[in-house]
Design a protein around this ligand. Sequence first.
Ligand SMILES: Cc1ncc(COP(=O)(O)O)c(C=O)c1O
Length: 346
Amino acid sequence: MLDGDASTIRKLLEVIVKAQIRNTLLIGDDYRIVLHISARSAILSFFQGLSRGRGVPMALVQDYICASVPHAIEQAGAIIHCYPLGKTLVPDEKELDSLIEENSPDVVLFSPIFGAQGEAYDRQIKKWSEADGGPIIVLDQAQFMGPLSCRPEAVILSFHNKSIDSMNGGALLLHQSFHGCKPPPSRDIGINKEFYLAILFRSLRKGRSKVGEVNEVVQPGFAYDDSQYFPDKIENAKMPLVSMLIIIAEMMKLEHYLEIRRYNFQKLRQRIEKIPGAHIVLTENVDTAARFPIRFDDDDSLSQVTRSLAEVGIRVGRPYSRYDDPSSSSRPGLYSVANPFHRIGP
Ligand SMILES: Cc1ncc(COP(=O)(O)O)c(C=O)c1O
């Protein structure tokens, strides 16, 4: 393929993906969109692009999150302080307010996880977005894809198998009125890696676990994303062409996936509620979350739920580790259950 052809195809696909994002988030032309290979890549480039007048930027980040997020921030040379989440995984408002007032962070990152997005989050985001001279607000909505009900300075999206059945991809959205970030140009991954991604995608789909197969015994320890290998490695790279094709097809199924997840959630809930000592954490949008949170009173309830969900091919995931210590977690009892893209059995 001639280089000129590839860049024409890229431009065409980018127009379609960006239009899908605008239609899904209902943002009109409020944001400039930069497409990335992953959300972690978008986060990296945001922090790399923060105005140099800030010296070493400091970001407040929630204390329970996939390690790839703080790793991307640190890789850009920024400093992290953590704020706690409350019981339903929304930031503890008092703690966050006083941390912002005491530390004057450059950026506050809001990252709703496990269906926690909703009114309680929006209220805090709005409050700080509208505060005069307050921090830059970044909404990392990697774990959900839907209308944007507030207008923070920046928004992060992920297409990594959470809201749609795709393999990778991310986006950085910068509000048109925000001029404090000039992201550096992203790298093109090249044709060899495009082929590699296409093959990887095919084998991932083939390798799906079968219903009834116990596919994950929950081992002690915590989930730690070390971002070691391509395409999960943290680097400032463009969204691959293969990923754009997959995303374009998958974004059309977004509504359908939400319906399936609501159905699955009820089925899974019935199974879980039969087991004493297992408690689903009812976040605001728990029924459509890609993974929903669950706590266990003891090892026995964990193992019963793991076996019951394995009967319908569903996995229980380990708690996130701390980003700076894979052997510990800020919430060692908080597991998660994957809600798949297909209707589960009875
Ligand atoms: C809240 C949150 N933000 C960002 C990311 C990183 O997304 P990606 O895998 O697209 O880099 C994750 C990963 O799971 C996440 O949970």
